[in-house]
Design a protein around this ligand. Structure first.
Ligand code: COA
Length: 160
């Protein structure tokens, strides 16, 4: 079985992120914004992640390969939001996303976090299935009428 690890993000991960942030198939499943970002923008966004002291950002490692990004971001009222992207597509549909989320949830529990949610494109059935396997429950559709790239999301929640 493939071994999965989550490790704190470091500067040398930037090139993986740059590749994933420019991948149209991934962008269609996530933000929906397909405009190619410049090297300067990559530097800026990556620096924000590196310097952030409040949130948790991990690179996902399968055996020894860096394959994706998973995060846990502090939100209002004792909630944390998680996001996950397996950038290396050959690792999709192998149960790795579900396992990575479960590892993150265990880490969260250890540090006293008890409410986790996520928002997912309602058409992203693979992701929704993976989240359900991790016991996230569908709660409601959230509307963003001003966002033409992602006008609505499905909110899913897990209480640990
Ligand atoms: C979403 C993601 C993290 C899930 O991780 P994963 O390792 O691929 O998912 P898992 O293998 O753990 O689970 C996927 C489940 O969806 C199922 N599935 C795949 N395609 C599906 C589809 N079109 N419709 C319904 N279910 C589907 C799989 O069969 C599997 O369920 P099963 O174990 O019952 O067979 C990963 O695919 C990914 O990063 N995708 C691209 C970016 C993305 O969409 N991120 C989420 C943004 S909210």
């Amino acid at each position: 079985m493939i071994k999965i690890n989550l490790r704190k993000i470091k500067l040398s991960d930037k090139n993986y992120f740059a590749k994933w942030w420019r991948d149209k198939e991934l962008l269609k499943l996530t933000s929906g914004i397909l405009k190619v970002i410049s090297d300067q923008e990559v530097d800026k966004y990556f620096q924000v992640i590196l310097e952030n002291k409040n949130d948790y950002n991990f690179r996902m490692i399968a055996d020894r390969e860096v394959i994706g990004h998973i995060s846990l971001v502090k939100r209002r009222n004792n909630w944390h939001e998680t996001q996950i992207v397996i950038g290396e597509k050959k690792y999709w549909d192998k149960g790795i996303g579900s396992r990575a989320i479960n590892i993150l949830v265990r880490k969260a529990k250890k540090i006293g976090i008890s409410n986790i949610y996520l928002e997912v494109r309602p058409t992203n059935l693979r992701a929704i299935r993976a989240y359900e396997q991790c016991r996230f429950q569908k709660v409601k559709i959230v509307k963003y009428p001003k966002n033409k790239y992602l006008p609505e999301t499905l909110r899913m929640e897990l209480k640990i």
